[in-house]
Write a protein that binds this ligand. Sequence first.
Ligand SMILES: C[S@@+](CC[C@H](N)C(=O)[O-])C[C@H]1O[C@@H](n2cnc3c(N)ncnc32)[C@H](O)[C@@H]1O
Length: 276
Amino acid sequence: MLRPLRTMVRRALEAAGLVAIPASQWRELRNHRTVRAIHRRDVIEIEELYRSFVFPDLPRDPQRVDILHNLEGTTVGEGVHIVHYLHRALRQPGDVCEFGCNEGATSRLLANEILPHAERRLWLFDSFEGLPAPGEKDRLIDDIAHLGDIARYQGDMRATEEQVRDKLALVPFPPERTRVVKGWIEQTLARPEVPRQVAFAYVDLDFHDPIRLALDFLDRSMQPGGYAVVDDYGFFSEGAQLAVDAFVAAHPSRWRLLMPHPAAGKFCVLERLAAV
Ligand SMILES: C[S@@+](CC[C@H](N)C(=O)[O-])C[C@H]1O[C@@H](n2cnc3c(N)ncnc32)[C@H](O)[C@@H]1O
């Protein structure tokens, strides 16, 4: 959801007195060879710095930089937090989930890190119809696509299952270890075909009600030592933070909220402390 490079370039151009880039030209600019080369160098440096000074236990991975470089709307800092907490969570048994996988840019990151752990499956949930209508607790705090009203985001961020499978094929991650669960999680999480035990989850659903639903699912399926990273805490819709705060307040002995350094991005980490 975060669009750090876009924001950075827009601010730089605005500061230079140049007009802001229209959304239609953004993709072209972002894919410009020079912009991508600068970004890649930054990714190498950021990943190395995190491993050297913040997360010294994080194993080196030869593919990680390229995957971090191709994240969509997720900061490199958030990507490194995701892999760090994923590796910690892998000390426990259980599968890995992403709630709201969109095109699979972050799914590819998760898949690459769990590739050597043959017993782990990757569960990817998405409507593939984009965002639902916002709920009562969703108020726009960052109008990321300049739509002017949160209701206009319904249907935004639509992706396809094929895009996700193509991203996983780049790893390459075995299809037999992948479960792409298509549909609204309000329905899919109520089905019997859900992971019995989850070690790590990335929750990226943007709006209050589905986030709370995913967290309640994790309360039932995650054991102590597991972690969830929740995107958009304090960003885009107020609902994401409200959902996390109310969830932690309801189960203070079972979950601890860990806040990253603000420069890393707008997300939070939930640590599973105790079983139900
Ligand atoms: C911000 S995108 C996810 C981005 C992705 N995690 C990544 O890092 O590239 C949010 C996704 O959540 C999905 N989504 C939102 N609410 C949902 C719900 N209730 N059930 C299923 N999918 C939902 C949307 O379709 C969209 O693809």
